[in-house]
Design a protein around this ligand. Structure first.
Ligand code: NDP
Length: 524
């Protein structure tokens, strides 16, 4: 009853969760205790969840601590093709009831999930530190964003369930309503292992769809936790079905299945394009054109103009390039610097990066942790070797130790705008510094990749700001600040070109991607 009467007016306006910096001794103690509790759960087994039933499997995914891969964070059941098909059937069956649950009632599940996540904040933070190698503040930023997505999309659902104005016509009563699409495949990446997985799932279910959730194999434990949390808040069986497994083995099968209505994907350009292609083929028995929401890679630039505050720009570039080891789609991987300040910028950047401490992120004194897995270590290492040939290595370039997947923050200067390390997404702690002749040249370089996700400009000149507003072709443009750290609601997020379909996660248009509009006209 309470759910049915919930309206936007009756709940507090959305407000972003504050991110903890752990200077409060109580927060620090709570985080240390949570890390110990999560470690106590290492090696736990997590089954599939299909139609509310826990299902074990023959094959297992081992989720490892990238700071110490000998530690198994969790053993996750890996779905067979037959089990993936079962999950699609379970979601299809559940859709018939779930689509009839009024949107305000569905929003209540998100509000309850947000409340429970808030209570378990430190556990989720600790898991993010141990499963994907996030520093404490990065981990807490991820959990805070997860809570934000739940709170924001719940309110958005309430907004969409209110009447939508149509032009009145004599003799008719007209309305337009939004209804769900059907069964969605939700395929998130590991890098915002909480926030993106939770955001895409929450948007799907609050709009009345049911879900087959295939998490990233590198961060399947946090997804298993969240699926359990949804059961705790009473989400009906079959609304979210949990089927971890290899992308190539069950991913293709799920994406191309005729009963899948849409795919909500975030990940690399290569996988996104593959999914888009598969989804475009009509399978026998398929009654719709599948919708694909694909948010993909980035090759993000920070432009530093001749008139910029150089110290502020150095700081912004350093944190954007090396926060979470450069493994953010929004990470700065190209600093494009006006030649008149280039040498000073490079010297100051070198000194700033030298201060970055790398090590186990469970220790809060470390700013950078490990990269996510052996494959990432190898591919980033290969890019560093390419970079050494394509430019001048001014800092880093090496692996640290032999146990975890640690790399030095690496800066390569004097890189040509069309060099491979200036064009391809590396997804690691590697920054290319490019010299621009002037501001026109800088803007041209900034737009010379196939991507268009985030970008930032440091300048004190209003004219340059105006020019960049027009010409800097990115989905999220920032001035005089870092290129990372988008806040739900404040910075709706998504990119252009090969960065994806510009879904603007955390924005007012996002839920529309999960619904279709129905117009109803009645003669009166
Ligand atoms: P991947 O593309 O490797 O994987 C993303 C997801 O796709 C994983 O769950 C993966 O599963 C799955 N997958 C892989 N192959 C298939 C397939 N054939 N069919 C269906 N699913 C499949 O990306 P990462 O997880 O490595 O994430 C990093 C990438 O994500 C970067 O490119 C980054 O820029 C991008 N990203 C983009 C964002 C944006 O908003 N634009 C935000 C965050 C990240 P499995 O793990 O089992 O292979």
């Amino acid at each position: 009853m309470e759910a049915m009467t919930t309206t936007l007016e009756r709940i507090a306006p959305f407000k972003n969760e504050a991110i903890k910096n752990f200077t409060d001794p109580a927060d620090e103690a709570a985080m240390r205790a949570a890390l110990a509790r999560v470690k106590d759960r290492f090696g736990e087994r997590y089954p599939l969840v299909i139609g509310g039933a826990k299902v074990d499997t023959e094959k297992t995914i081992r989720s490892l601590n990238p700071a110490n891969p000998a530690e198994v964070v969790g053993l996750i059941a890996s779905a067979s093709k037959a089990q993936a098909l079962d999950a699609i059937e379970a979601a299809t069956a559940a859709f018939e009831q779930w689509k009839r649950v009024p949107m305000p009632e569905r929003a209540q599940y998100l509000f309850k999930a947000a409340a429970l996540l808030r209570e378990r904040r430190f556990e989720y933070d600790a898991l993010l530190t141990l499963e994907v190698g996030k520093s404490w503040p990065e981990a807490d930023g991820d959990t805070a964003e997860s809570i934000d997505f739940l709170e924001f999309y719940a309110r958005e659902a309430l907004r969409y369930s209110e009447p939508h104005p149509v032009v009145p016509i004599d003799g008719e009563r007209n309305e337009m309503i939004y209804i769900p699409l059907g069964v969605g495949a939700v395929i998130p990446p590991w890098n915002f292992a909480g926030a993106i997985m939770i955001g895409m799932t929450a948007a799907s279910i609050v709009t009345g769809n049911t879900v087959v959730l295939k998490p990233s194999s590198d961060s399947a434990v946090i997804a298993a936790w969240f699926v359990d949390l949804l059961a705790e808040v009473g989400l009906p069986a079959g609304v979210v079905n949990f089927v971890p497994g290899s992308g190539s083995e069950i991913g293709d099968l799920i994406v191309s299945h005729p009963k899948i209505r849409y795919i909500s994907f975030t990940g690399s350009k290569e996988v996104g394009l593959h999914i888009n292609e598969l989804a475009a083929k009509t399978a026998p028995g398929q009654k719709w054109i599948k919708r694909v929401v694909a948010e993909m890679g980035g090759k993000d630039s920070i432009v530093v103009a001749a008139d910029a505050d150089i110290d502020a720009a150095v700081e912004g570039v350093a944190v954007s390039a090396f926060g979470f080891q450069g493994q953010k789609c929004s990470a700065c991987s190209r600093a494009i610097v006006d030649q008149s300040i280039y040498d000073e910028f490079v010297e100051k950047l070198k000194a700033r990066v030298a201060k970055i401490k790398v090590g186990d992120p469970a220790d809060p004194s470390n700013y950078m942790g490990p990269v996510v897995n052996q494959g990432a270590l190898d591919s980033i290492g290969a890019y560093i070797e390419t970079g050494k040939r394509e430019g001048r290595l001014i800092h880093g370039g090496n692996r640290i130790g032999e146990t975890g997947y640690f790399l030095e923050p690496t800066v390569i200067a004097d890189v040509a705008p069309d060099a491979r390390i200036a064009q391809e997404e590396i997804f690691g702690p590697v920054l290319a510094v490019i010299k621009a002749k002037n501001f026109d040249d800088a803007m041209e370089i900034a737009n010379n990749t196939e991507f268009g996700l985030t970008g930032s400009l440091y300048t004190t000149d209003e004219q340059k700001i105006e020019r960049a507003r027009e010409d800097f072709f990115v989905g999220n443009l920032y001035f005089n600040r870092k290129s990372t750290g988008a806040f739900v609601g404040a910075h709706p997020f998504g990119g252009f070109n090969m960065s994806g379909t510009d879904s603007k996660a955390g924005g007012r248009d996002y839920l529309l991607l999960f619904m279709q509009a129905k117009t109803i006209s009645r003669k009166v």
